[in-house]
Ligand binder design. Structure first.
Ligand code: GDP
Length: 388
């Protein structure tokens, strides 16, 4: 499907950049426009793929291009003030060619965390196209302020978008990796998972368009509310022209038989669902789902997809599990993307909210104590007058 990507804040901009790099790599166009919005000049300068004219600096009169310093209330305020500047960039997008907007932001910071929900509300009022969010949750080790920001932004963002796709940095970090390396890697993971899903609804002119190819409307119907998460699994195809046995025996390389490709596809769908999701959750709480099989047409077993789809229906007790193909001629692997939508049983969100409530209470206590101590410090019992 054709998207207008809007990266809000530093993480949002970098992830949009990663989506553009991914699109170039897969040679299938799903990005109609890419825009980056930030209150920090330096962050906009660091982008590689978003065109200069599509980088929008907001809040200049308030923060002079220096960012909002993890203050998401300020992020929301400067966005509200400068909505016209963002709208001017969106006015250049041929909206009639779009299937949806996707606003990407790290929810733990200030600009994206505060601004993304404000923009979502604005776009939803103006356009009939769906407005989706892609929210990145901070790592648990980032501290109270980031957790509090993320929890408050999450509540607001999910209310303002047609569906909130979520990626949890905490679930995807690796021990011993530097923050920079970790972000580069996770941004590629984000772009690959969500990018493949959105690219699935797009076909090139010369593609073999079978009836079973997934359509944008199926993605849109699956993303019809609440929180969404994505799973992905792949398996390399034996492209070397026969395995060890055929080389030893001299037999000609054989294409996998029907049973092998059926079993492989069913097992990939299970692996994608039960492996690491972008936001880990209890799969049985999903309200809707979409299963997409990727790889060369001849390896996409209809029977395997159908079995996998039925299995997911049983896992989720949902009747709304869609399925389809995303044929990629000459791919060296076969894979499965599973989109689960309307998920509600999510430990990470409960935990995030719990820590955020504590952080909010601690902040209020500290503030009160500090005010009292300051008053007591300056209290001379009325023996000293201020200048004015
Ligand atoms: P903003 O510029 O004020 O919106 O804040 P940032 O985007 O810099 O940071 C917000 C949160 O996003 C951080 O707390 C991190 O959890 C996360 N984050 C920052 N940069 C990246 C990145 O490149 N990739 C990922 N996956 N997360 C990031």
């Amino acid at each position: 499907m054709k998207l207008a990507l809007i990266g809000f804040g530093q993480a949002g901009g970098k992830v949009v950049d990663a989506f553009c790099a991914f699109e170039e790599m897969i040679d299938r166009s799903f990005i109609e426009a890419s825009i980056a919005v930030n209150s920090a000049t330096a962050d906009l300068r660091g982008l590689e793929h978003v065109a200069q004219e599509d980088r929008v600096l907001i809040g200049q009169s308030r923060v002079k291009g220096h960012g909002v310093g993890a203050d998401n209330d300020l992020g929301a305020q400067v966005t509200e003030m400068d909505l016209d500047e963002i709208q001017a960039a969106i006015d250049r997008v041929p909206v009639h060619d779009l299937d949806a907007f996707l606003i990407v932001a790290g929810l733990g910071g200030g600009t994206g965390s505060g601004g993304a929900p404000v923009l979502a509300k604005h776009l939803d009022r103006i356009y009939t196209e769906p407005v989706y969010g892609l929210g990145i949750l901070p790592g648990m080790d980032e501290g109270g302020i980031y957790t509090l920001n993320a929890a408050r932004s999450f509540r607001t963002f999910v209310r303002e978008v047609d569906s909130l796709l979520v990626f949890d940095n905490d679930a995807w970090r690796r021990m011993g990796e530097s923050v920079g390396d970790s972000y580069d890697r996770t941004n590629r993971e984000i772009a690959e998972r969500f990018g493949r899903l959105f690219a699935a609804g797009e076909v090139n002119e010369d593609d073999d368009v079978a009836e079973s190819v997934v359509d944008s409307s199926e993605i849109i119907n699956t993303l019809s509310g609440g929180i969404a998460t994505v799973g992905y699994a792949t398996e390399p195809l034996n492209t070397s022209g026969g395995g060890l046995l055929s080389r030893v025996t001299g037999d000609s390389p054989s294409t996998p038989d029907e049973t092998t490709s059926t079993n492989r596809m069913t097992s990939l769908i299970r692996k994608a669902t039960l492996g690491r999701l972008t936001l880990p959750c209890d799969v049985s709480s999903a309200e809707r789902g979409l299963v997409v099989a990727t790889g060369p047409s001849e390896s996409l077993s209809r029977k395997g997809i159908e079995r996998g789809r039925t299995w997911l229906e049983e896992e989720t007790a949902s009747m709304e599990i869609r399925g389809g193909d995303y044929p990629i001629p000459d791919a060296g692997e076969v894979g499965s993307i599973v989109l689960l939508s309307g998920v509600t049983d999510i430990d990470r969100v409960e935990q995030l909210q719990g820590v955020a409530v504590e952080a909010q209470e601690t902040t209020a206590d500290v503030q009160q104590r500090s005010d009292e101590q300051f008053d007591s410090l300056l209290d001379t019992g009325g023996e000293l007058n201020a200048l004015f």
